[in-house]
Ligand binder design. Structure first.
Ligand code: NI
Length: 171
């Protein structure tokens, strides 16, 4: 498996709106291998979710595993939220915005329709952390980052902090 490199804010490629996956492609060994590479990259980071946009693949799919044991990978291809209700606030982070955490308000209860890695469509109703994670990863497919929910001033502070961290790690 290959460790993929993850784009970091404010890389403009993270702003690309992803296009749908052709379901006929899901069974392709190359596509399946990409899913494995994305899961591997997410586990190594470590993170609980990774959208294709973050590894510079601008198609609508993402991988998630919120389990304690990291043994319950979930793949969502062409995901669509068909129902969203209530709200919850959670301190989110993102592999594309390393070291930054901030409160974000999202729907509490969602129903999502997607295609699994076996090519089968499924529907999932969930809440809590999984609902947050699905909404966060789906934002990536729209070119949106969790820092977009912050005030412009705060977002600029995040950008400066990341630039400073990068400079000192390059030095
Ligand atoms: Ni993210």
């Amino acid at each position: 498996m290959t460790l993929l490199s993850i784009l970091e804010f404010p890389d403009p490629r993270l702003r690309t709106r992803a296009t749908p996956v052709d379901p006929a492609r899901i069974a392709d060994p190359a596509f399946q291998a990409l899913l494995d590479d994305m899961l591997h990259t997410m586990y190594e980071a470590p993170g609980i979710g990774l959208a294709a946009s973050q590894v510079d693949v601008h198609q609508r799919f993402m991988v998630i595993d919120i389990s304690e044991e990291k043994d319950q990978p979930q793949v969502f291809i062409n995901p669509e939220i068909t129902l969203a209700d209530g709200h919850q606030v959670y301190q989110e982070g993102c592999l594309s915005v390393p070291g930054i955490f901030a409160d974000v308000t999202r729907a509490n209860q969602i129903t999502v329709k997607a295609i699994g890695r076996n090519g089968q469509p499924f529907e999932l109703s969930t809440d809590g952390l999984l609902a947050i994670c699905i909404q966060h990863e789906m934002d990536h497919l729209e070119g949106k980052l969790f820092v977009d929910y912050l005030s412009p001033l705060k977002r600029d502070m995040v950008r400066k902090k990341l630039e400073k961290a990068r400079r000192s790690s390059a030095a």
